[in-house]
Design a protein around this ligand. Structure first.
Ligand code: KG4
Ligand code: ZN
Length: 351
């Protein structure tokens, strides 16, 4: 049984996960939404302090809810990056202290790897599989070959998909966090009313770009009467959701072609990360996978957005392979899953 801790962004989370029986014994997520809402986005300093206030109590509750004592744990896993470094340090120091006092092996987990391996926690999926990883900070297509082995097929040259949702939502006055708010607004909208660009669609390769879409939404908003009417807001939200979806599907289609050629043993398309909670996107990727003869795996929404069960699971997988980390591991603000991938050309390149 492994205790997992997640503090790399604006959710403080703790969970206990086992590889026998019901895997998730407890999974607690404390959102800092209210702390950050007045600022319309995550403030790193506020996030780090909030993690510090809550992490101890949350770990205690995660053990209580799982009904386990410290002595039942076989290891501890913590997100060691990439993320907001103040928060990552809070989680890392907490995990180091527990590992030292309880003499537990420690796994310093890459947050992206935790998202990437969630499909094995929920669905026992075998390697290799194709992964669309779409979150607030990342937008990548990766082949997951094994624990610790990733081949990046594409990444964003500007914004991440989650940022595209969040920034569009902000332009529409939908508040923070943008993804879920935009999805709700889009439900009653007419996606065909506004003709928004589909960046990168039809181009070879698997890279993404969303900054042009954001600019187009800004212009569309500026051309409408202010403040925005409910109908205008819903129609634009639906159009933006469709455009982001089109772009993600188009790039994923190219990636499937490559995956098929180079990894013929692979049989599944997986979506992970916060944006994978989006229902329209899940539906469309399900269709795309079916067309391509691939199984489609999308973890439940609560395991797509940040949580500690995925961190505990990634730690469990690593520790099972003997990949424990020393107590002096360093928290990492940047930490690419495929360090060998060629840098992409474009403004504001993300790791
Ligand atoms: O993985 P995550 O919880 O945190 C990061 O590691 O970034 O992803 C957060 C992102 C945010 O940009 C949020 O707006 C987006 O996921 N998101 C959604 C939905 N739920 C969360 N985007 C679209 N539709 C949703 N339902
Ligand atoms: Zn995440």
């Amino acid at each position: 049984m492994v205790l997992g801790i997640e503090t790399s962004c604006d959710e403080t989370a703790a969970a206990v996960v086992s590889d026998e029986g019901a895997r998730i014994r407890s999974s607690l997520v404390l959102s800092q939404l209210e702390e950050h809402r007045p600022y319309g986005g995550v403030v790193p300093e506020i996030a780090a302090r909030a993690h510090l206030d809550h992490v101890d109590g949350l770990v205690r509750r995660a053990l209580d809810e799982a009904g386990v004592e410290w002595s039942a744990l076989g290891g501890i896993a913590v997100t060691a990056g990439p993320g907001l470094i103040g928060g990552v340090i809070v989680g890392a120091m907490t995990a180091k202290a527990i590992a030292l006092v309880r003499r537990l092996p420690l796994a310093a987990v890459n947050h992206l790897e935790a998202h990437a391996l969630t499909a094995r926690l929920t669905d026992d999926l075998a390697f290799p599989y194709l992964l669309l990883l779409v979150s607030g900070g990342h937008c990548q297509l990766l082949v997951v070959e094994a624990v610790g082995r990733y081949v990046r097929l594409g990444t964003t040259i500007d914004d991440a998909a989650g940022e595209a949702f969040d920034k569009t939502a902000k332009l529409l006055g939908l508040g923070y966090p943008g993804g879920p708010a935009l999805e709700r607004a889009a439900a009653s909208g007419d996606a065909a009313r506004f003709d928004l660009p589909r960046p990168m669609r039809g181009r070879p390769g698997c890279d993404f770009s969303f900054s042009g879409l954001k600019t187009a939404v800004r212009h569309a908003v500026a051309a409408l009467p202010q403040p925005l009417a409910e109908r205008d807001r819903a129609d634009l939200a639906a159009a933006a959701e469709a455009a982001i979806g089109d772009s993600l599907v188009d790039r994923t289609r190219n990636a499937i072609r490559r995956f098929r050629e180079r990894w013929p043993a692979g049989s599944a398309l997986v979506v992970a990360g916060g944006v994978a909670a989006n229902r329209a996107l899940r539906r469309r990727l399900d269709e795309l996978a079916a067309e391509s003869g691939l199984a489609f795996v999308a973890p439940p929404a609560a395991l797509c957005t940040d949580n500690a069960a995925m961190v505990a699971w990634a730690g469990l997988e690593r520790l099972r392979l003997g990949l424990a980390d020393p107590l002096d591991f360093a928290p990492r603000p940047r930490w690419p899953l495929d360090p060998g991938a060629a840098p992409v050309r474009g403004a504001g390149v993300k790791a």
